[in-house]
Design a protein around this ligand. Structure first.
Ligand SMILES: *Cc1c(COP(=O)(O)O)cnc(C)c1O
Length: 366
């Protein structure tokens, strides 16, 4: 049995360290924000090479409050990809703005800069690229576009902790970088968590206010803000796990390298690591014909797989009001139809890629 994902090999070896960290919080009496979260913010900022990090209670809150901090609101358009998790587009709506989708480049699964350029409207105020599956979007042309039109670039880096673009880290590629620590992410909490990175001290300040009721002084509320504080247990656990993140990402890269060697042997093309991009393989996908049949064939052989994501955002009932039908974004629709995620996680058995690819070859021939 090889599941699609298993978090136990990651967390079990850390059990005594995690228990000690959680115990410290229990004893401290400080259960939200506090010294553990502040220390985690500094350590994560250092790890990303970005000066400021503001922890949140989810990646969704990170996106929502980053948009608010950037001044995005009602009447504004935000250009983004239709091939992402729903949170990306929902956050734009929470800010009162309108998501404007532009198609992806099929090879990288990320927002296509040319399509983004065509999607700009007079109301566009920001571009929100997603570093999908752990690979950064093609940031140079997106940033050039933003600069030319005076737009903010906000990264959805929820799947890309440790990824880089031309040597620069995800989270430092736009004005604001949004991370999630949902348990399955490359850095996962023992519950929910998120964070925003920025080089701009004033934006960091605004985010601290937005996440904690707009009160720099207790009970003095300057704005109608939010409760998006990270809880201290998550901060403490994330500090323990952050120390392993570089090694875990290297392990993911080694698994991807092994898949890349093996897949051509069964006639499948490995996914692209684009030139200049360091991929951290949050999800490893292959393009297979008759996907449901192949997934069933894998399941029969005890191999997990998953479709991430089966329906692009413009075809979700939640965004039906945009009036975008099938055929609007052919690359995103193809990705949603054909990609299958293979087992990819730190602690995957050493012979995992061989067993997965052998089973996949068999499933394709069935
Ligand atoms: C996980 C994820 C989010 C949302 O993060 P949560 O912590 O679950 O709120 C947003 N965008 C992308 C691309 C994600 O993968």
């Amino acid at each position: 049995m090889i599941p699609f994902i298993d978090l136990r090999p990651q967390n079990e070896p850390l059990r005594s360290e995690l228990e000690a960290a959680l115990g410290r919080v229990l004893d401290s009496g400080a259960y939200t924000l506090g010294p553990e979260v502040a220390a985690f913010e500094q350590e994560f900022a250092d790890w990303c090479g970005v000066p400021h990090a503001v922890a949140m209670n989810s990646g969704t809150a990170a996106l929502h409050l980053a948009l608010l901090a950037a001044g995005i609101g009602p009447g504004d358009d935000v250009v983004t990809t239709p091939f992402s998790f729903i949170a990306t587009a929902c956050a734009i709506r929470y800010a009162g703005a309108n998501p404007v989708f532009a198609d992806i480049d099929f090879a990288t699964r990320n927002l296509d800069p040319e399509a983004a350029a065509k999607a700009l409207t007079p109301r566009t105020r920001a571009i929100l690229p997603v570093h999908l599956y752990g690979q950064t979007a093609d940031m140079d042309p997106l940033r050039a576009l933003a600069q030319q039109h005076g737009l903010a670039v906000i990264e959805d880096a929820a799947q890309a902790h440790g990824a880089s673009y031309r040597g620069a880290p995800a989270g430092g590629l736009g004005v604001l970088g949004c991370f999630s620590f949902y348990p399955t992410k490359n850095l996962g909490a023992l519950g929910e968590g998120g964070l925003v990175t920025t080089r701009d001290a004033a934006l960091a300040d605004a985010l601290r206010s937005l996440r904690d009721w707009g009160a720099r002084e207790k009970y003095q509320h300057e704005i109608v803000a939010h409760n998006a504080r990270m809880d201290a247990f998550q901060g403490a656990a994330l500090r323990v796990k952050l120390r392993r993140l570089t090694a875990w990402n290297e392990e993911r890269r080694a698994i991807a390298a092994r898949y890349e060697e093996l897949l051509p042997g069964i006639g499948l093309e490995p996914p692209l690591e684009a030139p200049g991009c360091k991929h951290v393989w949050h999800v490893y996908t292959v393009c297979v014909p008759e996907r449901e049949r192949v997934a069933a064939g894998l399941r029969e052989q005890g191999i997990g797989s998953a479709v991430v994501y089966p329906r692009p955002l413009h075809l979700q009932p939640a965004f039906a009001d945009l009036g975008l039908g099938a055929g609007s974004f052919p690359n995103a629709e193809r990705a949603a139809r054909e990609l299958l995620g293979l087992p990819m996680y730190p602690g995957l058995p050493a012979d995992g890629p061989e067993r997965v690819v052998a089973a996949l070859g068999k499933a394709l021939r069935l």
